[in-house]
Write a protein of this length. Sequence first.
Length: 201
Amino acid sequence: MLEGTSLKSCLRQARGWWYRQTWGYGRAAHRRRCRGYSRRWNLETRGFTKENFFSLFREKFLRDVTGRKFWELAGGDGLVGSLGVWLERELGWSVEIWEHRPIPRQHCRSNRPAAVIHERRSPLWDSEPGAGAWEQPWGVTARSAREAAWLCRAVRRGYLQPAMIGVWNPSERGVWACRLGAAGYRLELVYERTELYRRHG
């Protein structure tokens, strides 16, 4: 039975399911698919507050996952749009943040004193090592196009194989879904224009 208590809610859930079946990587198709994944698991209701969203995220993504490492690329102030802040504070995870911009990095250091904060764009931006050079994180998020492109390239070349990838995609372009899909990742959820992908196979 569809989630929700009203006919309107049931219809929205049904449309969300239909949107998730949209095929193709063009912007219009991907935008429609994102609408569907923003309604999955009754997210419109359950994710109305950040606390409820994190509860849903823990239920759907973190089952049997404990004591892991998490990376945030283009971390900004360390609070806005951050999954790492919740993983760090509520679950005690080890979080590393990359932020090359001085002012956001200063705010990040004030807001996230427990996190390891790096002053460059991403791990070894100019000289990427071979696979296994890093302690592999469970998840990585990227909140800028350049960092997302680096992340997709690192995954494609085998440098990184996180279980989950989050990409902030305000323009709703299908490029990240295409690149990550080719690398074995599947879109699972969209929250506040952040697309969450999970590795399969």
